[in-house]
Design a protein around this ligand. Structure first.
Ligand SMILES: [Zn+2]
Ligand SMILES: [Zn+2]
Length: 364
């Protein structure tokens, strides 16, 4: 099934033509749990990896044998998914209690090479906003699932670009690390439903005049809404409501909440799409915007890949695909991947001049 982002509630370039200079496309990946084939775009494998080529490894010296067994992480997610909407059984609770992090791979020394975790495989035919080296049509993303690398002590991301037609025989048994430092570093296998959308630059990075114009415009929308509310209040007071039970009252308030006028705002609805995506803009909702420039050539680096905890949350409801309207609270829709890095968002930025220049990570 495809996923379709609803049209934006307002054509913001109609209101602010200057924003057309701050437009970029992004490809929302729309991951949903499921296992893809090696020749398809996916999260968490299997990859189209040549049988004769060594699997990438982490050679940094750090504790590698202690953490969460990948099999445990998957079992826990499966049990919790099956028990959704009901209490856990005694047996399920017993199993979950036993799934503890620990020194599960005692033979693994700090200096041993550790197979990296397959995170994503993206074909440019599916993901038009993927920009890599000339002639390369496949990006494979790996990470070492321990947050101990570099001065910021983060996961370590490795990108592998290829020409897919050169792969040949695909590696049958694809390695993975035995344990991960944190459960939320482990992606659940997902199939993808890529969809290209239009984004606009983060509010704080627009010129002052545009920022002020947008703020005034948003305020104007709120004023209009207040006037509407007053009309409704007048009507409400002439038709007093009473409810026989608390449940009825609750149902009525839930209905009213759902019908509540939706407040359009630039940041939530018109600038940056939530969820896993390629291309587009970076959001700086937690820290002030900071330049992300290439260490090799100084060129500003846009995000190549954004890893997001939520596909959609309260502030970004208008981005929920039409096909998922009836399951807005379903964890499979809003958090299908189970990955949580930084404080929810991790970005891989690459150099637009030469994608082979070292990438940089950004966290929000
Ligand atoms: Zn590592
Ligand atoms: Zn560069």
């Amino acid at each position: 099934m495809t996923r379709t982002t609803p049209p934006r509630p307002v054509d913001v370039e109609d209101v602010f033509p200057a924003l057309s200079a701050h437009r970029r496309t992004a490809t929302r990946l729309h991951p949903r749990q499921g296992v893809a084939k090696a020749g398809e775009s996916s999260l968490a494998g299997p990859l189209s990896w040549p049988a004769g080529e060594p699997w990438p490894v982490c050679t940094a010296v750090h504790a590698k044998g202690t953490g969460h067994r990948l099999a445990d992480v998957r079992l826990k997610r499966r049990i919790l998914a099956e028990a959704r909407g009901r209490d856990l059984s005694v047996e399920e609770r017993r199993i979950l209690d036993a799934l503890r992090p620990g020194r599960h791979a005692p033979g693994l020394r700090d200096e041993d090479p550790l197979p990296l975790l397959a995170v994503a495989q993206l074909y440019t035919r599916d993901v038009p906003d993927l920009v890599g080296p000339e002639g390369h049509d496949l990006l494979q993303v790996f990470w070492c699932p321990f947050e101990v690398h570099g001065p910021d002590r983060t996961i370590d991301v490795v990108l592998k670009w290829r020409r897919s037609q050169e792969v040949g025989d695909v590696l049958a048994d694809q390695p993975e690390p035995p344990v991960a430092g944190r459960e939320e570093c482990v992606p659940t296998p997902c199939v993808l439903h890529p969809e290209q959308v239009v984004e606009h630059e983060y509010l704080g990075l627009l010129g002052e005049e545009l920022q002020e114009g947008i703020a005034d415009w948003e305020e104007g929308l709120l004023d209009e809404e207040d006037e509407d509310d007053e009309d409704e209040d007048a009507y409400d007071s002439s038709t007093p409501q009473s409810y026989d039970t608390y449940e009825e009252y609750e149902a009525a308030t839930a209905r009213a909440r759902a019908e509540e006028e939706y407040e359009v705002d630039y940041m939530g609805d018109l600038s940056i799409a939530p969820g896993w995506k390629a291309g587009g803009f970076a959001s700086w909702h937690l820290t002030d915007p900071a330049p992300v420039d290439c260490e090799a050539c100084g060129t500003p680096m846009p995000p190549l890949l954004t890893v997001d905890q939520w596909e959609c949350d309260g502030g970004s409801r208008s981005w929920l695909p039409l096909e998922d309207r009836d399951s807005a609270d379903d964890p499979d829709v809003i958090d299908p991947v189970g990955v949580y890095l930084g404080r929810g968002v991790m970005r891989v930025h690459t150099c637009p001049v030469d994608p082979a220049h070292p990438h940089r990570l950004g966290f929000q």
